[in-house]
Design a protein around this ligand. Structure first.
Ligand code: SF4
Length: 174
C-alpha cells in the first residue's frame, strides 16, 4: 500500500519534513556503516539510477553523504536505554519471546523477531500514553479496515487490530 504522504505526482508530499527513516533510505542506521552494501541492490519496483553516471552514495564501505544516516543513528542511540529496559523485562517475564529470539539467532540466516509496540509504550517514561493512544488509535483502526479481507496483508491486519485494541484500553481507563 502506498504511503499516505505519497502525492498524486508520485513524489513525497512532505519532502521537507519527512521522517528520518525516509531521509536515511536506503541506508539503515541499525546496521554498522561498513555493512550497508547489500541495501544498495534495488528491489523490485524501485526506479534507482544504477548507470555509470549515477551519483556515488557509498564508497570503501563508507556513506558519502552521511548527515541523515548520522541523524537516524543518533535517534536510535537515544532510544537504546529505554528499549534495553524493555527487552530485559521481556526476556525475564516472557519465555515465548526468549525462545523466539534464541531460534532466530541460531538459524542459518539470522532471523528477526517482531514484537508489537504497544506493550513497550508503558516503559517509555517521556510519553503521555493517553494522548498517544488518542492520536494513534483511529489511525490503526483505519489501517485495520484498509487491510481487512486481503490474504497477503492478513498479518498486518492482525497487528493493526491488536494494537488498536490495546490502545483502546488506555482510552477506556480515563
Ligand atoms: S518519503 Fe517517506 S513520508 Fe514521503 S512518501 Fe515516501 S514513505 Fe511516505
Amino acid at each position: 500500500m502506498p504511503c499516505p504522504a505519497l502525492g498524486q505526482d508520485n513524489l513525497c508530499s512532505i519532502q521537507e519534513h519527512k521522517p528520518v527513516r525516509c531521509r536515511a533510505m536506503p541506508f539503515m542506521a541499525f546496521k554498522d556503516e561498513s555493512s550497508q552494501s547489500d541495501l544498495l541492490v534495488p528491489k523490485l519496483g524501485w526506479k534507482c539510477d544504477t548507470g555509470p553516471n549515477a551519483p556515488v552514495v557509498y564508497r570503501d564501505r563508507s556513506i558519502v553523504e552521511r548527515r541523515d544516516f548520522d541523524d537516524e543513528r543518533a535517534a536510535l542511540a537515544e532510544q537504546t536505554p529505554g528499549l534495553q529496559r524493555y527487552v530485559d523485562l521481556l526476556l525475564k517475564y516472557d519465555p515465548v519471546t526468549a525462545t523466539r529470539l534464541t531460534k532466530a539467532a541460531q538459524s542459518a540466516q539470522p532471523g528477526r523477531v517482531v514484537v508489537g509496540f504497544v506493550s513497550y509504550l508503558r516503559h517509555n517514561r517521556n510519553l503521555d500514553i493517553v494522548s498517544f493512544a488518542r492520536a494513534q488509535q483511529p489511525v490503526l483502526t483505519e489501517w485495520a479496515e484498509k487491510t481487512n479481507g486481503s490474504p497477503q496483508l492478513a498479518s498486518f491486519n492482525t497487528f493493526y487490530r491488536d494494537a488498536a485494541t490495546d490502545l483502546d484500553r488506555y482510552l477506556s481507563v480515563k
